[in-house]
Design a protein around this ligand. Structure first.
Ligand SMILES: Cc1cc2nc3c(=O)[nH]c(=O)nc-3n(C[C@H](O)[C@H](O)[C@H](O)COP(=O)(O)OP(=O)(O)OC[C@H]3O[C@@H](n4cnc5c(N)ncnc54)[C@H](O)[C@@H]3O)c2cc1C
Length: 307
């Protein structure tokens, strides 16, 4: 699928834009699953001011979708209409601040923030070691692991809305619940301020090593996957419900329910986004029939189906 190339029009309409605009840019390579169609336009803003300028001046009706490192995403096979925004270099500063705080751009991978905190003797952020996304995704997903989540360490976040207005949100403004952020859907996060507590570098590093080992033993982290597919329903583990419904190893097209961790779906190599989504929906149907529980997608699905 190829979209109409609107980049020339956009460049005329936004003469002071500094970031790159690319037409029909493949998105599969920007996601962990490695599936899906192109972005009609991929925009990589230079910095927050460039992002705000773009959002202010793009046609109001044009769809805008933010992506991070694509570790929680299925991009559908027909691609994503409108402008897909991916933050890069201009959002990659990490600064240690007083009181065991760390300020970071949202394009910074979570692991890098965990490491910077450890090096500075800041405890409490080691859980980020195991989450393969960037900070923007952690803010939007309330990413968490091993009993901690983003909401436990976030002081404030900066965001730009669809009209180009910059906002500073407190932790409360994010309206966090499990794997959910209640900040307006159109907000694109640009920066986060996290607070940990005093810790010993060696102890934090050991904790991070333990997380790495545990991940390697229990999750298919070297596969093309999107991590946990479904949220854990209250009082249940999604993987146990999936296992009990007989879905471990289930295959649809080129997609499979992981044998190692059955809340993970895997692209065996030639899956389409439709294969993965159909497999997910098949699992949901079987779990509902077996246990009466309706699983809710944790993975975000964006874009258009081909059929
Ligand atoms: C092997 C593996 C293990 C995983 N383990 C965990 C885990 O332990 N815990 C956990 O919580 N998750 C886990 N995940 C899921 C995923 O890593 C997290 O959800 C992560 O926070 C997503 O970040 P990302 O940058 O990849 O975001 P993406 O997948 O690119 O996007 C996810 C969502 O965030 C939004 N988004 C991204 N950046 C921004 C931004 N700057 N502003 C506004 N919205 C934005 C997107 O629009 C989308 O809705 C795992 C994934 C994999 C592949």
């Amino acid at each position: 699928m190829t979209f109409l190339d609107i980049t020339t029009d956009l460049k005329t309409r936004l003469p002071r834009l500094r970031g790159r605009l690319l037409a029909n840019q493949p998105l599969a390579e920007l996601t962990w699953f490695r599936v899906g169609g192109p972005a009609q336009v991929l925009f990589m803003p230079e910095d927050e001011a460039d992002l705000a300028y773009a959002l202010q001046n793009l046609p109001r009706e044009m769809a805008v979708t933010a992506i991070g490192l694509g570790s929680n995403l299925i991009v559908r096979d027909g691609g994503v209409e409108g402008v897909v925004i991916r933050l890069g270099r201009g959002f990659s500063d990490v600064v240690i601040e007083p009181d065991h705080c760390i300020r970071t751009g949202t394009a910074v991978p979570d692991v890098k923030v965990a490491r910077a905190a450890a090096d500075a003797g800041i405890a409490g952020l080691a859980f980020l070691r195991g989450i393969p996304g960037a900070i923007g995704g952690a803010l939007r997903m309330n990413g968490g692991a091993y009993g901690r989540e983003t909401k436990d360490v976030l002081v404030e976040a900066r965001a730009v809305d669809r009209a180009g207005q910059v906002h500073v949100l407190t932790n409360g403004d994010m309206h966090y619940t499990y794997r959910h952020c209640g900040a307006p859907e159109d907000f694109i996060f640009t920066q986060a301020l996290f607070k940990g507590e005093a810790g010993d570098r060696a102890v934090i590093s050991a904790e991070m090593d333990k997380i790495t080992d545990a991940r390697e033993a229990t999750q298919p982290i070297k596969s093309r996957t999107g991590g946990s597919t479904f949220k854990n329903p209250p009082g249940h583990k999604a993987w146990q419900l999936i296992d009990a419904a007989g879905c471990r190893g289930l295959i649809v097209g080129g997609a499979q329910v992981s044998e190692l961790h059955c809340n993970f779906l895997i692209n065996l190599g030639n899956a389409t986004a439709a294969d993965i989504e159909t497999l997910g929906e098949t699992v949901r149907t079987r779990v509902k029939a077996h246990s009466g529980i309706q699983l809710e997608w944790e993975i975000k699905r964006i874009g258009l189906s081909l059929s």
